[in-house]
Write a protein that binds this ligand. Structure first.
Ligand SMILES: [Zn+2]
Length: 320
């Protein structure tokens, strides 16, 4: 199978070389046209909902290759997966107002309201889907197409449902604010020449040929983390979304403090990590400032002692 594939690609490369020698000029024009389309982000922006969904599935395949997923094999695992999916769908549904008002205020992105609505249609093609990863590492991933992966290490780090909601809300923000596609567009332009050539030679309009490359780019991003500005945005959107959906916004601070303690205890390589993540102390301070400035308290109906106890009980029954 592998050998056959290599032979096919070798044949394509040889054909491409011949085509290039014979019709270099026409090809050059085609490359130039494709480059200018890419510079306008037309090609990278042009993914249909189903395409983004399959990109997300491809990236998910890379993630579960590294960390095995929790499979539904008994009542406990079924309950855990159902619970976390219900939480994510609830937070996503309750937080649409956060995105709308933020876009209107010009926060997060320079996108218009219509453009953000378009992103919603793209990323929520089949809704949010959450999977659990069977590892003690504290980690979480968000991909285009609405896939969210959270490790059991991250779940077990949380003391209650509100802290788990903070992880979910932060990861959801990366999906809703389209961070993966934004990074892809930047990376794509950086390597424009080689990818344009492979597209032009191997598949007409280029979307199909680029799929493997695309999945690899997203998977690399997923493992490296998003850039500092996007991390601040995700904390900001996530904290507002928590307040909007009835959770305690300051659970975002608690969750970040737990991540900080985990990083100190596990010697996370700061050189590698800080290239993409802002120092966690700065993130904690930004969330505290936001809560104070916006006076975020959560919904008074859910922040009652009975409400808090009910959430803590069902969390403990599901995961502890
Ligand atoms: Zn993040």
């Amino acid at each position: 199978m592998q050998k056959n594939k290599r032979n096919v690609w070798a044949a394509r490369l040889m054909l491409a070389t011949i085509v290039f020698a014979v019709s270099g000029c026409a090809l050059f024009e085609k490359v130039k046209a494709t480059v200018s389309a890419l510079e306008d982000s037309k090609v990278a922006d042009n993914y249909e909902p189903s395409e983004q969904y399959y990109i997300g599935r491809g990236v998910s395949a890379v993630i579960v290759d590294k960390y095995p997923p929790v499979e539904v094999k008994d009542q406990t695992s079924e309950k855990q997966i159902t619970y976390i999916n219900e939480m994510a769908c609830f937070i996503e549904a309750a937080s649409k107002r956060v995105t709308r008002s933020a876009v209107k205020l010009g926060d997060y992105t320079s996108r218009s309201y219509d453009e953000q609505q378009h992103v919603y249609n793209l990323v929520l093609f089949k809704g949010i889907q959450v999977g659990l990863l069977q590892t003690d590492d504290v980690t979480a991933f968000a991909t285009p197409g609405g896939f969210l992966w959270i490790s059991m290490g991250a779940v077990n780090m949380c003391e209650n449902e509100d802290e788990l909601a903070a992880i979910i809300a932060h990861e959801l923000a990366h999906i809703i604010l389209d961070h993966g596609m934004a990074n892809y567009r930047t990376a794509y332009k950086g390597e424009i020449f080689s990818s344009t050539l492979s597209e032009t030679w191997f598949s007409g309009d280029g979307l199909g040929a680029n799929f493997g490359r695309l999945v690899t780019t997203f998977a690399e991003d997923a493992f490296k983390g998003y850039n500092p500005e996007q991390e601040f945005e995700a904390d900001n959107w996530g904290t507002r979304a928590m307040a909007e959906s009835g959770y305690a916004p300051d659970a975002m601070v608690k969750m970040l403090q737990r991540v900080e303690a985990y990083e100190k205890a596990h010697d996370v390589d700061p050189e590698d990590y800080l290239a993409h993540h802002p120092p966690i102390g700065d993130r904690i301070k930004a969330v505290q400032d936001l809560i104070k400035k916006e006076n975020l308290k959560g919904n008074p109906n859910t922040m009652t002692p009975e409400g808090v106890t009910a959430r803590n009980t069902r969390f403990a029954e599901t995961f502890k």
